[in-house]
Design a binder for this molecule. Structure first.
Ligand SMILES: [Zn+2]
Length: 152
């Protein structure tokens, strides 16, 4: 492999999001290059570029790959970190946490509890009143579903 990213070189292929031979063709077809790279190859979108970063309307955030409910607008807050940030996950989201040693840092990667899509990372500098965690999530990995009441 010619990848220079440590994440590609040093991680076992088992550490990348689970490859799903049945759904992969659909994802390659439907997702944009950035969405595919982030979710299936554990990529990261550039800061301040994601479409959901400044989103503050009411609604639900679902996995871009499988539609699984991950977060709601009640859990989102303005972290000013460049990516959408959430302090809590939906109680049925079942988001997976995986140790990520890439780039010489120990971070905790988070993935969709249903299809294993890479979402981002979770850090411990979130709002204390909600437990102190910050889910730093790529816009490219989530789909926003505007709440009907708010959609006028
Ligand atoms: Zn998913």
């Amino acid at each position: 492999m010619h990848w220079t990213r440590r994440g590609r070189v040093n991680k076992m292929s088992d550490d990348l999001p689970r490859f799903d031979p049945e759904r992969d063709p659909e994802w390659r077809e439907r997702l944009t290059d950035v969405q595919y790279h982030v979710t299936r190859e554990a990529g990261t979108e550039p800061p301040n570029t994601g479409i959901h970063y400044m989103e503050d309307r009411k609604g639900d955030y679902r996995c871009i790959c499988c539609g699984h409910l991950l977060f709601t607008s009640k859990m989102k807050y303005d972290s000013r970190c460049g990516w959408p940030a959430f302090h809590t996950e939906d109680q049925n989201a079942g988001i997976k946490r995986i140790r990520d040693n890439s780039y010489g840092m120990l971070r905790i990667e988070v993935r969709c509890g249903s299809c294993d899509a890479h979402l981002g990372h979770v850090f411990d500098d979130g709002p204390i009143e909600f437990g102190g965690e910050r889910y730093c999530i790529n816009s490219a990995s989530i789909d926003f579903e505007l709440e009907v009441d708010d959609a006028e």
